[in-house]
Design a protein around this ligand. Structure first.
Ligand SMILES: [Zn+2]
Length: 480
């Protein structure tokens, strides 16, 4: 029997506000800030402390709702979600329940089967909890994060594989960065995923019992947790067993899910409207004014890169996957006389290699786009060869400078002068008589090896096309 997985995602994203959701406490980096320094009676749940809504958080949430094509509700209600846990000093979390801020959106994802539209059920505002950590058989709690504005974005169960879940999460991450509403630093826990997973016989329409995997904190964990859960449930149902509804944790070390507790239902939380906050009423003109500020989003930018620059879908998609990357590409392309394809391959190749190797953020790269463009043009105009250009780019990225000066200084100007190259070719053939013999006996792969010898001897200055021609000529000339 064939089984298909049914997956829905809940994404929690911290909003990039200066202060918390319901008090004036500063939002700080939860990794570097000293614990419990940015707290007050409101965010630590002291009796009698009253919440005041952060307008900026609402604005950022509306932005996301609009970007996801949601209907923004001019009236929504904050609700108390009651549960006991040490990271929740109030004993309840202020969230939204039956009247959320935004509903009915969609997000397009690219899958193996083509573009798929994933329905967004709701987007609502809530507050983050504190952060628990455990060491030496003791537990620690940091309330700096208590009350940080959080956006919850919930899909319909439209996803059908871990790859699709990852594609959705990646696309959403990019949108949040384009809108500048979230820092995108996954390793700091500013975006967390929860996945609802069930399996059913392929072709069936029914929805079976699902499990919920909590706190998947990276794209990798998200995919791994879902994979593991699909396999676990498939194994259970294929031998006639029954999947139990429960909440699962995910162990990053073993790649396995584990049972945390029986799943609570909504009624366990005793939701009720938050008595200390009035309904959230939004002016539709205000919503329109936010709509007017929406930037060009990844899908639109990809389309434009294809039509304006003649890039392929996958090249354009790669460049628009991060706003800073797309911006950098556009700035280099604007200054360069070379084709957009050439600019793309330098950025996707050597440039990204440098970024990944050093861990530097693209927005922090100091190389001016015009210098990069000049270097690319020098390779297009065959002033320097590809390998020399890599050396120059590495120098530019690390120490700055002018590409032309570096080329002069390092003596990297490419030579297409035949007599210069011919001399090097003749020497390479003379120095390696047995390779010449093997080539003439039929080992044609040695042609490239000779081109490599010449490149090395001339320190990459010899034009590779001219070199190749002369090597062939030289070798054939030695055929008896
Ligand atoms: Zn506070």
């Amino acid at each position: 029997m064939n089984y298909e997985p049914i997956i829905g995602l809940e994404v929690h994203a911290e909003l990039l506000t200066k202060s918390k959701m319901f008090c004036g406490c500063e939002v700080v980096d939860s990794i570097t800030a000293k614990p419990n320094r940015h707290i007050c009676p409101v965010c630590t749940g002291q009796p009698g402390a009253l919440p005041v809504l952060n307008n900026k958080a609402v604005e950022l949430a509306v932005k996301v709702g609009l970007a996801l094509g949601c209907q923004i509700h001019t009236e929504s209600i904050f609700a108390r979600k009651n549960y006991f846990y040490p990271d929740l000093p109030k004993g309840y979390q202020i969230s939204q329940y039956d009247q959320p801020l935004a509903t009915d959106g969609k997000l397009l994802i690219e899958t193996e089967a083509g573009i798929r539209s994933i329905r967004i059920r709701r987007v609502h505002l809530e507050e983050d909890t504190g952060k628990l950590s455990h060491a030496d058989a003791r537990s620690f709690i940091d309330y700096n994060r208590s009350g940080v504005p959080l956006l919850e974005i919930v899909t319909e169960p439209d996803l059908r594989s871990s790859d699709e879940a990852k594609a959705y999460a990646t696309a959403l991450h990019a949108i949040l960065r384009y809108l500048d509403v979230n820092s995108g630093d996954m390793e700091k826990g500013v975006i967390r995923f929860e996945a609802n997973v069930s399996v059913r016989e392929a072709g069936s329409e029914r929805l079976n019992t699902r499990t919920e995997i909590k706190n998947l904190n990276s794209f990798r964990s998200l995919a791994q947790g879902i994979e593991y859960e699909i396999a676990r449930q498939t194994e259970i149902v294929s031998r006639g067993g029954i999947v139990e509804q429960e909440t699962l944790g995910f162990n990053e070390t073993t790649g396995k899910t584990y049972s945390q507790r029986g799943k609570e239902s909504a009624h366990d939380y005793r939701y009720f409207p938050e008595p200390d906050l009035p309904p959230l009423i939004l002016d539709s003109d205000w919503i329109d004014s936010i709509r007017a500020t929406l930037p060009e989003l990844p899908d639109a930018k990809t389309k434009r890169f294809i039509s304006d620059f003649g890039l392929t879908q996958s090249d354009a998609r790669f460049l628009t996957s991060e706003l800073s990357l797309a911006n950098y590409f556009e700035r280099v392309a604007a200054k360069s006389n070379s084709s957009a394809k050439a600019v793309h391959s330098w950025i996707a190749g050597e440039f990204m290699h440098y970024v990944n190797e050093t861990g530097i953020k693209i927005e922090d790269v100091t190389l001016p786009p015009e210098s990069f463009a000049k270097l690319i043009d020098m390779t297009t105009d065959k002033v320097i060869g590809g390998n020399s250009a890599k050396i120059v780019l590495s120098e530019l990225l690390r120490n700055g400078g002018d590409p032309e000066h570096i080329v002069q200084e390092k003596g990297l100007v490419q030579v297409s002068d035949e007599s210069f190259i011919k001399e090097a070719v003749t020497k390479a053939l003379n120095d390696n008589p047995s390779e010449v013999e093997k080539y003439l006996a039929g080992k044609e792969t040695l042609l490239q090896w000779f081109v490599g010898q010449v490149a090395r001897a001339t320190k990459g200055k010899a034009d590779p096309n001219v070199t190749r021609e002369l090597v062939v000529k030289g070798l054939e000339g030695r055929r008896k």
